[in-house]
Design a protein around this ligand. Structure first.
Ligand code: ATP
Ligand code: MG
Length: 261
């Protein structure tokens, strides 16, 4: 059965989508079967996986409204396959923003995605969910179906403070909706070892969270930032770049960690 992970942090622009698509590609590269779910109306993970969000016939929106199954709505990108990193994509676009309102009246609305994933779970080793920068109904749907949360974060001054809300939300979801949920790990991203403050915050993180901090550190690397404009994860766009190498190492660390779960 697939291991299901949300990539979440309510802070915007911290590297959630970059982490999701590159981890998906990295896991595919090391032989894992992966489904990537874009749960953000911005559709960045969809575009960054080489799927045009404006041309989606079916998306995660239809799955949440139960007008399509994941088997019907998922798609693939030929470019990813050519790069040896093919994974399945359940895309998103602006339409998804409406789901929040449309689901207000619906019972057990936070469990919709969970039910949909159950039907395809046996086909995958990993399901990765890219969450929007909020603790909204959409993020809640992601958290309800996940075994764990991967939290990408920049080692900045307010990093620890910002984590409190997320940690509390995860505790509440665990208590009320999904007792399996846990933080799998904090991933240090956009890291620049030349900046003393970043090193200090990184040490603080390790002191606070111990082995909940992933060993792999993702460096700031311009190739990772360039890749989405080519509709590719950095891992496929420039496999030899430092950023791509770090995400391959992270994929290997994840495979090792889930064996120990
Ligand atoms: P949002 O909250 O809007 O969904 P996000 O948390 O998904 O944002 P990303 O879109 O992954 O964040 O990253 C924000 C910006 O930082 C993007 O322009 C991305 O290309 C860039 N970026 C992410 N990781 C790195 C990195 N390791 N090195 C350089 N640039 C990066
Ligand atoms: Mg994003």
């Amino acid at each position: 059965m697939a291991k299901i992970f949300c990539v979440a942090n309510q802070k915007g622009g911290v590297g959630k989508t970059t982490t999701t698509v590159n981890l998906a590609a990295g896991l595919a590269k090391v032989g894992q079967r992966v489904l990537m779910i874009d749960l953000d109306p911005q559709g960045n993970a969809t575009m960054g996986s080489g799927v045009d969000k404006r041309k989606l016939e079916l998306s995660v929106y239809d799955v949440l409204l139960e007008s399509a199954s994941i088997a019907e709505a998922r798609t693939q990108s030929a470019k990813l396959k050519e790069g040896g990193c093919g994974y399945d994509i359940l895309g998103a676009n602006r339409e998804l923003a409406g789901a929040e309102v449309e689901l207000v009246e619906v019972e057990r609305r936070e469990k919709r995605l969970k039910r949909a994933i159950a039907a395809v779970e046996s086909e995958y080793d990993f399901v990765l969910i890219d969450c929007p920068p909020s603790l909204s109904m959409l993020t809640l749907n992601g958290l309800c179906c996940a075994h764990g949360v991967i939290v990408p974060m920049q080692c900045e001054y307010f990093a620890l403070e910002g984590l409190t809300d997320l940690v509390n939300t995860i505790k509440q979801v665990k208590a009320n909706l999904n007792d399996e949920l846990q933080i799998i790990g904090l991933l240090r991203v956009m890291f620049d070892p030349r900046i003393t403050l970043q090193q200090q915050v990184s040490e603080q993180l390790k002191a606070h969270f111990g082995d909940k901090v992933f060993d792999t550190v993702i460096p700031r690397n311009v190739r990772l930032a360039e890749a989405p404009s080519y509709g590719l994860p950095g891992v496929v766009f420039d496999p030899s770049s430092k950023g791509a190498q770090a995400f391959i190492a992270f994929a290997q660390e994840m495979v090792a960690r889930i064996k120990a779960l």
